[in-house]
Write a protein that binds this ligand. Structure first.
Ligand code: ASP
Length: 585
């Protein structure tokens, strides 16, 4: 292989097949770097040794595919290339075969500057030849393999579930596949294998997993793909802790496969604490939490500041930012955004002058160093405002992240240090609310999919106080991003009915959508639970890549377009007729 030759191979014959990475013509000597997946090696064509072959080598161009037989030779110390692993040797060509030519590619895999992403996606096969992409795809392979091996070693079976199925309720729009044999009927591509994996528990496969493609027709944010890969698993009879242990096990294996050691067990935090301390259900714990510093102030001072004393006065601390100019402080106010009617961003410099004792005390309470940036935010105290604790915390948490981003060069908390305790801050967030209130439809909607089990002790609040019902749901979070989410499921038909009812679905509707599942639940369903994690995101983190598109071989753009194959496309009239479909307009 082109990247594997070493000094110990000197004197041996080598057979190399690959692409012409670069050709340098020095007259009597032509140097060709030949490249395959494993790397590059320099091949030398010497006119004096073999004029005909030298002539042939002069016709080689970038990305031609060749085969070379030759002998491996140590390079002189002054010509050795210390930048590549094969740089101490070269191959003196004895035979050259041209296996295929190449048109001049729109860009070269070896180019030091990348073309724009559209070009990379259109000519993805050239882009994938680049070192970085070869490495990313290798990491992805190794990670997936490590996960499979680990789960298999723990007694899990990988079981496939259908792609052509019916709508699954993960909250996104479905991709639909029209049926030709039943015109007017559609399959849906699965948003997840949720119901199938639960049915597999009913079927007696008590440990299931699948590395599986899921499809969600969402308006794409920068870091989403319409089809993505989940590590999906389900088990019978687990406590949540058992699911977490399995996940920690396969993540340890996956990270190790990419050369990273992580620490387990991951810390745990309830949803309420996550909101209170970080203003987010996916806390980035590489930076300090928020602190309620109300106690630093006398009641009369809070009054003077116009702060609502019934809600926290939250201090954000961003380390090592240093002194800020007036201008920067003003910019930071703008960064806070248009919340002035409800929230009060207090100027800490002014506070230091007007209430020096309180300022000192609040710095102590949030363990601030002199170099740290402190931002202080409270809810305004005016009649008519219905600010909630969660509302306040989320706004402050959002601001905390904006400041963290802005000053990342200063605090450096987002840089890898080599210490997994800092670099990979995993966390289990537990006890999510069961329902969220949707202002638009004025109804309670499930915060997770509707098969998530509420806590036993909250059952009686399902109808009377839905907002107070906690779910047996958990997320695994890493450095402020959600890697996966799961739950203990409802395994009793009567409770499942109740949940549908609480969601405003009457029995008829529930039967129409999930009748098959409700029926299955009646045939001896064991208690069960599981989780799904995004493989693409894990691969992205381990490849230290900027976007999911860097670890997906054939991704789609933000407009859900595959630029290489040019999909989606209109189809011809005959295909539409066969399907009984007419395009409007
Ligand atoms: N099906 C869920 C999802 O895709 C995960 C789970 O509950 O296992 O988010």
């Amino acid at each position: 292989m082109c990247g594997s030759l070493r000094p110990a191979d000197a004197g041996h014959k080598a057979v190399l097949m690959g692409w012409v990475n670069r050709r340098r013509d020095l007259g009597n000597l032509i140097f060709v770097d030949i490249r395959d997946r494993s790397g590059v090696t320099q091949v030398v064509f010497n006119k004096e040794l073999n004029p005909a072959m030298h002539e042939k080598a002069s016709s080689l161009r970038n990305e031609f595919v060749i085969a070379v037989v030759g002998s491996v030779k140590l390079r002189d110390t002054n010509t050795a290339n210390k930048n590549i692993p094969t740089g101490d040797v070269e191959v003196i060509a004895e035979e050259l075969r041209l296996l295929n030519e190449s048109k001049q590619p729109p860009f070269l895999p070896g180019d030091s500057t990348l073309p724009n992403e559209e070009m990379r996606l259109k000519y993805r096969y050239i882009d994938l030849r680049r070192d970085a992409m070869q490495r990313n795809i290798e990491i992805r392979h190794k990670v997936a393999l490590a996960i499979r091996n680990y789960l298999s070693s723990q007694g899990f079976f990988e079981i496939e579930t259908p792609f052509m199925t019916r709508s699954t309720p993960e909250g996104a729009r479905d991709y639909l596949v029209p049926s030709r044999v039943q015109p007017g009927s559609f399959y849906a591509l699965p948003q997840s294998p949720q119901l199938f994996k639960q049915i597999l528990m009913i079927s007696g496969f008590d440990k299931y997993f699948q590395i599986v493609r899921c499809f969600r027709d969402e308006d794409l944010r920068a870091d989403r793909q319409p089809e993505f890969t989940q590590i999906d698993l389900e088990m019978s009879y687990p406590q949540p802790e058992r699911v977490w242990e399995v996940v920690e096990g396969f993540l340890t294996a996956a990270f190790r496969a990419a050369g990273q050691e992580i620490q387990t067990p991951f810390p745990r935090m309830s949803y309420d604490d996550a909101i209170r301390l970080y203003g987010s259900d996916k806390p980035d714990m590489r930076l300090p939490e928020m602190t309620d510093v109300r106690e630093a102030f006398a009641a009369s001072d809070l009054d003077k500041l116009g702060a609502n004393a019934a809600l926290p006065l939250l201090a954000i601390r961003i380390p090592s930012v240093g002194k800020l100019s007036r201008k920067e402080r003003d910019e930071n106010k703008e960064l806070f955004g248009a919340h002035a009617a409800e929230f009060n961003l207090l100027d800490i410099d002014r506070l230091e002058k007007s209430m020096p004792d309180a300022a000192d005390q609040l710095k102590g309470m949030s363990s601030a160093h002199p170099d740290d940036l402190i931002a202080l935010i409270g809810a305004r105290d005016s009649p008519g405002l219905k600010t909630t604790l969660a509302g306040l915390c989320k706004v402050v948490g959002g601001y905390r992240l904006k400041l963290a981003d802005k000053y990342s060069d200063k605090h450096k908390a987002f840089e890898r240090t080599g210490d997994p305790r800092h670099d990979f801050r995993f966390l289990w967030v537990t006890d999510f609310p069961m329902f969220e209130y949707d202002e638009e439809s004025k109804t309670w909607v499930p915060a997770h999919h509707p098969f998530t089990s509420p806590h036993e002790k909250d059952m009686d609040k399902l109808e009377s106080d839905p907002g107070a019902v906690r779910a047996q749901a958990y997320d695994v979070v890493l450095n402020g991003t959600e890697l996966g989410s799961g739950s203990i499921r409802i395994h009793r038909q009567d409770i499942q009915q109740k949940i549908f009812h609480a969601l405003g679905m009457n029995e008829e509707e529930a039967r129409a959508r999930f009748g098959f599942f409700l029926e299955a639940l009646e045939y001896g369903t064991p208690p069960h639970g599981g989780i799904a994690l995004g493989l693409d995101r894990i691969a992205m983190i381990l490849a230290d890549a900027e976007s999911l598109r860097e670890v997906i071989p054939f991704p789609k753009t933000a407009r859900a377009v595959d630029l290489m194959v040019d999909a989606p496309t209109p189809v011809n009239e005959k295909q539409l007729n066969d399907l009984g479909i007419k395009i409007k307009g």
